[in-house]
Ligand binder design. Structure first.
Ligand code: HPA
Ligand code: MG
Length: 233
């Protein structure tokens, strides 16, 4: 059987990491306790940060004249991406302030813990996804949802559908990784600000976990079989 390849669109404004990309873990600073459980590095921390700085420029350009931006951060894994993104946005807005802008873009941040029910590993029951926001928080606002990864797509699609019903002024999505998972094609979705398009492999690090481990790993990596066994619940 010929494997179907993921149809990356030309107009998608993100860095495409080709399938098969792998960097030798010995070439990067990695703590010894994690090193044994990592197969390879997919995207190093420095590369991630540069891309996030650029995403911050795109996001700031979009909202700087809109007065207020309401950010909805999807917890838990997006914490790392969000922290780096927000400090990059802040630097830009402080730069404008230093140049004489009287008013800084007002940013409001809300954390949103979306509860999901997993049917199988990686398969989410979309009906059981709960997005804890109220219409008053959303209506008329410029909402930017910040999420780490678009994988099977269920969480983001459900979130989008719930938020749309609450009539935001604008609704956009900043997503660090768009995974080439064939299952998500049915949603016909690509974020408004996307960092990287990545191969369909299970990734860890930069906030993302395997059973809550590896969130503190600085690089985006791929776990090995020993890691899967070692950190099994
Ligand atoms: N890694 C960690 N968490 C995730 C992933 C992944 O590849 N996809 C969705 N959540
Ligand atoms: Mg997780």
């Amino acid at each position: 059987m010929v494997e179907q390849s993921y149809p990356v669109q030309k107009e998608w404004n993100a860095i495409n990491i080709p399938d098969g990309t792998r960097f030798e873990k010995d070439h990067f600073p990695l703590s010894r306790n994690y090193k044994a459980y990592i197969d390879y590095v997919l995207i190093s921390e420095g590369f991630l940060r540069d891309r996030i700085d650029r995403m911050a420029q795109n996001i700031y350009a979009e909202y700087r004249d809109k007065g207020q931006l309401d950010i909805l951060v999807i917890m838990n894994s997006a914490f790392k991406f969000f922290t780096d993104l927000l400090s990059a946005i802040n630097k830009l807005s402080e730069g404008d302030f230093a140049k004489g802008d009287e008013e800084r873009l007002k940013i409001r941040v809300r954390y949103c813990k979306i509860t999901t029910q997993h049917l199988n590993l990686g398969v989410v029951d979309i009906e059981k996804i709960h997005v804890p926001v109220t219409k008053e928080e959303i209506i008329g606002k410029n909402i930017l949802v910040v999420e780490d990864i678009f994988d099977s797509g269920s969480t983001i699609i459900k979130t989008r559908d719930v938020l749309k019903e609450y009539e935001p002024g604008t609704l956009k999505f900043a997503i660090l990784f768009h995974k080439k998972n064939l299952k998500n094609l049915k949603h016909n979705f690509f974020g408004d600000f996307v960092g990287f398009i990545i191969p369909d492999v299970f990734v860890i690090g930069y906030g993302m976990d395997y059973n809550e481990y590896y969130r503190d790993l600085n690089h985006l990596c791929v776990i090995n079989q020993e890691g899967i066994e070692h950190f099994k619940q």
